[in-house]
Design a protein around this ligand. Structure first.
Ligand code: ADP
Ligand code: MG
Length: 313
């Protein structure tokens, strides 16, 4: 399979301010991409646009295949939708929500309802109804999916006994983990994960990164824990001052390249400062000599001013 995401000349505005200009990159099937940049650089804004939740100010975003998106701050829309489902049925548990990632929640909820019905109604008809539904569920791989879903939830640090509770009784932090589990369970071709390790303890962080390492689909992840993914990362996109710079290779190769780049800039700055100082002194001396020299000094001052304005910092 080819690219799951193609981005060309993308521009993004947030509150009438350009946070990204002229970004182009391609994500292939199964690629693991780290998106980095300081706070406020625009990572969240970029993922929102890639997910189709926000409009771009210019350029093209082409996605192919299915998408899984975990925003940094849960969308009110998703929360509201989950709330509606909870209201409709008490059987809408955390497990149901995870299973809904593959549309399996309805079958599971129906089965649970029929099972509860058996407690009051021991008639042959309802026993038969239940066993038919149960067989169908088993044949459809419902149980193995359930155990996959439980594994995901507990991997992310949710206690096993919380998985069967209605979503509504879970804490915000637990719901966030359930939502992350639902997106991972859906097995999309492209995952966009915005700081998914926030609020996870260190075991869950490691578990998540191991999961992503073996993930079948492509992943773009913003995280302070990219070191845990290191050699699985095929590319790092660095967002800095409105520009997206692409580094090919693992995360530690990216860090190495950044260190070299910073060292190069530092030594360039040192050399520039030395040159500015040397020329300023020279011009200062020449200024007090002959008229001709004073004139030369003036042009040197102009050069120094130009160098100062073009400083690399
Ligand atoms: N709703 C908003 N209204 C105004 N400015 C915003 C809003 N959301 C984000 N910003 C600004 O947009 C810029 C990019 O933010 P964001 O994409 O959240 O960056 P990051 O995820 O890299 O920390 C920041 O300067 C931030 O202050
Ligand atoms: Mg962010």
């Amino acid at each position: 399979m080819g690219a799951v995401l193609q981005v060309r000349n993308l521009a993004i505005d947030v509150a009438a301010r350009r946070v990204l200009s002229d970004a182009s990159f391609t994500v292939g099937a199964g690629d693991k991409v780290g998106l980095v940049g300081r706070n406020g650089a625009g990572k969240t804004s970029l993922l929102k646009v890639l997910a189709g939740d926000d409009d771009a100010a210019g350029g093209i975003v082409l996605r192919r295949g299915t998408l899984g998106y975990v925003p940094q701050n849960p969308r009110p829309r998703a929360e509201a939708a989950a709330g509606l489902a909870q209201g409709a049925s008490i059987t809408y548990t955390a497990l149901s929500h995870i299973l809904s990632g593959r549309g399996l929640d309805r079958a599971a909820a129906r089965l649970a309802e029929l099972h509860r019905g058996l407690e009051h109604d021991h008639s042959l008809a309802s026993i038969e109804l239940y066993s038919t539904a149960e067989e169908r569920y088993r044949l459809d791989g419902g149980y193995s999916s359930e155990s996959d879903a439980r594994r995901l939830a507990t991997g992310l640090g949710l206690r096993l006994d919380r998985v069967d509770l209605p979503l509504s009784v879970l804490s915000g932090g637990e719901r966030r983990r359930v939502e992350l589990a639902r997106v991972l369970f859906a097995d999309a071709d492209l995952l966009l994960l915005d700081e998914p390790t926030n609020h996870l303890d260190s075991d869950a962080k490691t578990w998540l990164m191991d999961f992503l390492r073996d993930y079948r689909g492509a992943v773009i992840v913003v995280s302070h824990d990219l070191g845990l993914l290191d050699t699985s990362i095929t590319r790092v996109l660095h967002l800095d001052a409105g520009r997206l710079i692409e580094y090919r290779g693992t995360y530690s190769q990216y860090q190495q390249a950044r260190r070299l780049e910073e060292r190069r800039l530092t030594s360039l700055t040192h050399r520039q400062e030395a040159e500015i100082k040397r020329l300023s002194l020279l011009a200062e001396v020449m200024r007090r000599q002959t008229e001709k020299r004073a004139k030369q000094a003036k042009s040197i001052f102009t050069r120094v001013e130009r160098m100062k304005s073009q400083r690399v910092v």
